[in-house]
Design a protein around this ligand. Structure first.
Ligand SMILES: [Zn+2]
Length: 215
């Protein structure tokens, strides 16, 4: 047997062993929910701030998703998106529904009591009220860039008083990529399965047949 053949056989046997065990680099729950919050933020029309939120119940089921946007029926084309204007009525502040509010209102369960909300940005005071009043028990946030502003100090005061836990998310993976060009190049992921099929279709001795001893 040549060195090249051995290398190929070794590689196939390593691959075969890998394919018979569970994956180890799967997304952990917290990264998964935070990534969904960030993905939903991509729906936002706000030119400056895109925030998403994902509410999860005690069974790790998603019960609400939201992102910052204008109220239903208020056209994204005609409402103001600027932060500053001579007249405050021409700024977005008075109109935009924050991600946390939308996630709670979009819930597909009877309520969100005892749930955890994953949100890209630490909640403002208005959203803190929504979180508390809806019964959410934990806030997992990514950015805390407005930490020292009064609205956010007020949020912490309310959370601390009401007993809502809050913690900053530390991602296990620094990068989560969905690249459709890569997926297309993999024939929608089928190639991985075909590789393992071709390895499994090699002639095997009776002792190696998976069904010979398992029943
Ligand atoms: Zn808010």
């Amino acid at each position: 047997m040549s060195l090249v053949q051995m290398t190929v056989d070794d590689r196939q046997s390593n691959e075969s062993a890998r394919m018979s065990k569970k994956r180890e680099d799967y997304l952990e729950w917290s990264d998964y929910f935070m990534a969904i919050a960030f993905l939903s933020a991509q729906r936002s029309k706000d030119p400056r701030t895109q925030v998403g939120a994902c509410i999860v119940n005690e069974e790790k089921k998603i019960v609400g998703i939201g992102y910052n946007g204008m109220p239903n029926g208020c056209s994204d084309e005609t409402m103001p998106w600027g932060r500053e204007a001579e007249n405050i009525l021409d700024t977005k502040q008075l109109y935009v529904c924050h991600a946390e509010l939308n996630a709670v209102l979009n819930k597909n369960s009877a309520d969100v009591k005892k749930c955890t909300i994953y949100v890209a940005l630490f909640p403002c005071n208005e959203c803190a009220k929504v979180v508390i009043q809806s019964g959410i028990k934990e806030v997992v946030y990514y950015s805390d860039k407005y930490h020292d502003r009064p609205e956010f100090q007020a949020s912490r005061r309310m959370f601390d008083t009401a007993g809502v836990i809050y913690r900053q998310h530390r991602p296990a993976k620094s990068k989560i990529v969905i690249d459709f060009s890569v997926i297309d190049a993999m024939s929608n992921g089928v190639i991985a399965d075909m590789d393992s099929l071709s390895i499994n279709s090699k002639p095997t001795s009776p002792a190696q047949k998976p069904d010979s001893t398992s029943r």
